[in-house]
Design a protein around this ligand. Structure first.
Ligand code: ADP
Ligand code: ASP
Ligand code: MG
Length: 406
């Protein structure tokens, strides 16, 4: 009798070498032996994806997107083949499938493709034959057959999308920490593991830099009510359940602190204070697919003001080109950019009903003499841009200030 259908995803560090791959095989087989159908999603081994990116860089500054994805997708092809061999060696039936063999259809945009649909016919056929199915994370195919990748950390999204398509009972994300913590445990030794977290809070944390889950995977999990469990592939510890409203943390105003070093700040000085300026500037950036995060415009002095905004580090080169072009158009004087910045954020669903939360965060930063460059808030988060050299100090101070230390 089949108990359940479980999707298990193993990240890069979990399959970093042959020993670890054998260890993963044991885990998978254990779940299968308990009477479940198992679909496994794997990332590339260890730092393979970084290494592949590095190889491409040694050839060219501007690789063609199609060949770039073709290259990056090879990492996951290695790990599915090896993991499948390891499972077979233990005496079980297993099949490795690439993204396209698994029916993962994506949008056309290389490097950042989105999953449009999963045709699960092949996977279901293999499962029915008693196979453990091992699917390559992070990759799919376009309607014209070309191979695409889903953006860094995309294997999480592959796993959740498969869980949704297969109506799996559970999607387990195995990684190198044993759950979602109140802050990155590598940065904050006093961070606490959360037993549960709501989709909304997890989505905010992930979007604000907590790389433990790719934001889109959380979005999908929420949309299709996929029960997500984050846990360690190196221990048997209970993990963190990402699910609907979490009761346990309900009373907490702040659930977690996130930080993001993948941000850069641009400032445009002496822009005339007339209608249409922001539109001209930000539509030019949007046209080139540059995502602008935080924006601040100074008060007008003598009918001029300054505009600062943040973007992803990878977009700096392109952004400078664009802003240099619109500079004349909008009559601005000077542009500066700063890569040495970081975003620190607090997230908590309880925030909306508690005044003074932002002030408390600012107080924690002030006490440590950390200057705030930009601020943005929403119902469930407050973010500040600070100097990147202060990030560790800032996250720890905020964590302590909100009583999150264990
Ligand atoms: P994988 O290769 O398994 O996908 P990642 O490196 O993408 O692993 O994600 C796991 C890492 O996420 C952890 O090693 C940890 O440093 C980081 N992380 C950041 N914020 C958090 C958080 N709030 N809770 C747990 N881990 C976090
Ligand atoms: N291997 C890809 C990356 O390093 C996808 C993933 O690990 O989720 O981003
Ligand atoms: Mg990851």
């Amino acid at each position: 009798m089949i108990l359940a259908l479980i999707v298990q995803k193993f990240g890069g560090s979990s399959v970093a070498n042959p020993e670890r791959i054998k260890n993963v095989a044991q885990r998978v087989v254990k779940t299968f032996e308990a009477g479940n159908q198992v679909v496994v999603v794997v990332s590339a081994m260890g730092d393979t994806t970084d290494d592949l990116i590095d190889l491409a860089k040694q050839i060219t500054d501007s690789p063609s997107p199609r060949e770039y994805d073709l290259l990056l997708a090879t990492g996951e092809q290695i790990s599915i083949a090896l993991l499948t061999m390891a499972i077979q060696k233990l005496g079980y039936k297993a099949t490795a499938l690439t993204g396209s063999q698994a029916g993962i259809l994506t949008s056309d945009n290389y490097n950042k493709a989105r999953i449009l649909n999963i045709d699960s016919t092949r996977i279901l056929k293999e499962l029915k034959q008693g196979q453990i199915v091992v699917v390559a994370g992070f990759q799919g195919y376009r309607a014209d057959g070309e191979i695409t990748t889903l953006g860094r950390g995309g294997s999480d999204t592959t796993a959740v999308a498969l869980a949704a398509a297969l109506k799996a009972d559970l999607c387990e994300i195995y990684t190198d920490v044993d759950g979602v913590y109140s802050a990155d445990p590598r940065l904050v030794p006093k961070a606490q593991k959360l037993a549960k977290i709501s989709y909304d809070e997890m989505l905010e944390l992930a979007s604000l830099g907590a790389v433990v889950l790719q934001p889109r995977s959380v979005e999908l999990a929420k949309q299709y009510a996929v029960k997500l469990m984050v846990r360690s592939s190196f221990s048997e510890n209970a993990g963190t359940l990402v699910w609907e409203e979490s009761n346990m943390e309900k009373d907490m105003i702040v659930t977690g602190v996130a930080h993001d070093l993948n941000t850069a700040k641009m400032t445009i000085f002496d822009v005339p204070d007339i209608p249409g300026i922001a539109f001209t500037l930000f539509s030019a950036l949007a046209e080139e697919q540059i995502n602008v995060d935080m924006i601040i415009q100074s008060n007008s002095r003598n009918e001029y003001n300054d505009i600062s905004f943040t973007i992803e580090k990878a977009d700096i080169k392109k952004a400078i080109e664009i802003v240099e072009k619109v500079k004349k158009q909008i009559g601005a004087q000077k542009i500066t950019f700063d890569e040495e910045v970081a975003k620190v954020s607090i997230v908590g669903a309880g925030m909306i009903s508690h005044p003074g939360v932002a002030a408390k965060m600012f107080e924690a930063l002030a006490k440590d003499n950390i200057n705030i460059q930009l601020i943005s808030t929403s119902e469930i988060k407050v973010s500040c841009i600070i100097d990147s050299k202060d990030v560790e100090k800032a996250v720890r101070a905020i964590h302590t200030a909100f009583g999150l230390d264990k």
